[in-house]
Design a protein around this ligand. Structure first.
Ligand code: NAP
Length: 269
């Protein structure tokens, strides 16, 4: 039986991975959960699972790459539940290729549309309601890639650095209305993310197993951020050392990336 809470959270990218796990966790914590993504069949199955455990959920087919569906998502939520307490901007994907090999539309424009513009448009759609209530919380899913940019993640890093800048500016705009803005920065998480990257790596370099997180672990951190709003949550905590190292010694990051990744991947000495 789900706990009582009654707050409403809208989760984009709820059809798999971190979004799906987060939806289940918030459902069990008693939130009314609005599930948004393109794969409606998955959202409907998730809604049934949450409701089977005594929770409340609404599935709304949504493509975050255009403003119209995002406005429709907010309007539908307000019609059904009357309020939005939290918007969790989580939908996103990464294409890890050399920039010169990226398709201008599918790899570059689409990544920016979903990972960056989608976050901005969804937030814009919900803000008038939050300002009117003088209450609300925007939680943005970023990535360690929003602090540390690595080769083959050029466009992904651009979008995630972009969401970080957007979030900081937004926090300074809307704090006066008691609206909080939090950012989540996970390293590697075991989800379907890797199946969309189209990565072909010679070195096989990836997140060390010990640092690989579960979507449930990230979902619990999102619930914690909802209860105790923070500016930034870096996951796992030990990665803060890497973030500080990269900021303090950018020349070392250049050298390490070039020699341990770019040269062997490109087959150069
Ligand atoms: N996995 C990692 O290692 C990792 C690490 C740091 C940050 N992240 C971030 O975490 C977020 C979630 O990724 P994940 O790891 O959970 O990957 P995932 O399992 O592939 O989930 C991605 C979600 O985004 C949705 N999505 C993609 N394009 C969309 C669109 N145009 N409109 C609406 N929804 C869309 C997908 O739903 P549909 O396909 O059904 O639309 C899916 O629900 C992303 O922002 C990602 O950048 C992931």
């Amino acid at each position: 039986m789900a706990a009582q809470n009654n707050q409403v959270i809208v989760i984009t990218g709820a059809s798999s991975g971190i979004g799906e796990a987060t939806a289940k966790i918030f459902g069990e914590a008693g939130y009314r959960v609005v599930l948004a993504a393109r794969r409606l069949d998955r959202l409907e199955a998730l809604k049934a699972e949450i409701e089977g455990k005594g929770g409340t959920a609404l599935a709304v087919e949504t493509d975050v790459s255009a403003p119209g569906p995002l406005q429709a998502l907010v309007d539908r939520t307000l019609k059904e539940y009357g309020q939005v307490d939290i918007l969790f901007n989580n939908a996103g994907f990464g294409r890890t290729k050399w920039l010169e090999e990226m398709d201008p539309e599918k790899d570059i424009a689409a990544q920016i549309q979903v990972n960056l513009t989608g976050v901005i448009q969804a937030t814009r759609a919900v803000l008038p309601h939050m300002i009117e209530r003088k209450s609300g919380h925007i939680i943005n899913m970023i990535s360690l890639g929003g602090f540390v940019a690595t080769p083959t993640y050029t466009v992904y890093a651009a979008t995630k650095f972009g969401v970080r800048g957007f979030s900081d500016a937004l926090r300074r705009e809307v704090g006066v209305w008691n609206i909080k803005v939090s950012c989540i920065y996970p390293g590697g998480v075991s989800t379907e993310f890797g199946s969309h990257t189209e990565a072909k790596r010679k070195t096989g370099i990836s997140t060390p197993k010990a640092l690989l997180q579960t979507p449930e672990g990230v979902g619990r951190a999102v619930l914690d951020a909802a209860r105790h709003p923070v500016r930034a949550r870096i996951l796992p905590g030990i990665s803060r050392a890497g973030v500080l190292f990269a900021a303090a010694f950018p020349w070392a990051m250049d050298w390490l990336s070039e020699n341990n990744f770019t040269k062997p991947e490109r087959g150069l000495k």
